[in-house]
Design a protein around this ligand. Structure first.
Ligand SMILES: C[S@@+](CC[C@H](N)C(=O)[O-])C[C@H]1O[C@@H](n2cnc3c(N)ncnc32)[C@H](O)[C@@H]1O
Length: 206
């Protein structure tokens, strides 16, 4: 079978054209575009009934909306996102769609806000801390080893329960392994090359 132009460009390391990036982005822009359905549904079931949510890395806002919709009506919903998706579609703004998702949640009665920033900025940490603690913090932003660790260090303490996307990846997986051994109240699902882990911090220190 002949590879698609996108696969061919990726294999050869040729930078994608803007048209290709838009096409890739479209394929990511639907409710399970960046999630495995079974894993995501499992997480939604686990957090059902929460009253406050913080998501680090929301992209178009699909998981943000899905999480809000299993939370209590009028829940507090906060999101921090760069406003663009990194590789392979960097450079294309996604913040307008996230803003739409936030406005939809507001229309539905949620107390929803989005901060366009890097989660590593001290102003972003201060912004999120104003409403801490959250019933659930979902970390799905910077997937580099230092990025995900920084998010855990900065936002983990703000969550009673903290979720991680992509625990099947090398970078998030290494941190998840450490967390699992430090926090006995943990659960995970790995049904794909992504995976989701959830840890309850309430009865733990630090
Ligand atoms: C995998 S996507 C999130 C997908 C989303 N949770 C969903 O499934 O609907 C990752 C997002 O994290 C954001 N991101 C990456 N690094 C970040 C950082 N340092 N601070 C804030 N957001 C970041 C990107 O802008 C991107 O939108």
């Amino acid at each position: 079978m002949r590879p698609t132009p996108t696969k061919l460009f990726a294999l050869l390391g040729i930078p994608f054209t803007r048209g290709m990036k838009r096409k890739i982005l479209r394929s990511l822009n639907h409710p399970y575009g960046q999630q495995d359905k079974m894993e995501c549904d499992w997480m939604l079931n686990e957090i059902s009934g929460v009253s406050s949510i913080l998501e680090i890395g929301s992209c178009f806002g699909h998981t943000l909306k899905a999480m809000a919709h299993v939370a209590q009506p009028h829940s507090l919903v906060r999101s921090i996102d760069l406003g663009f998706h990194p590789w392979p579609v960097e450079g294309i703004d996604t913040s307008a769609e996230l803003e739409l998702a936030i406005n939809q949640l507001k229309d539905e009665g949620y107390n929803a806000e989005f901060l366009r920033a890097s989660s590593r900025d001290s102003s972003a940490i201060a912004w999120a801390s104003r409403n801490a603690p959250y019933d659930f913090v979902f970390i799905d932003g910077d997937h580099s080893a230092e990025g995900v660790r920084a998010d855990w260090n900065n936002y983990g303490p703000m969550g009673r329960v903290v979720g991680f996307h992509d625990i099947a990846s090398e970078t998030v997986g290494a941190l998840w392994k450490e967390i699992k051994s430090a926090y006995p109240e943990n659960k995970e699902i790995i049904n794909s090359d992504k995976g989701i882990g959830i840890v309850t911090r309430t009865r733990q220190t630090p």
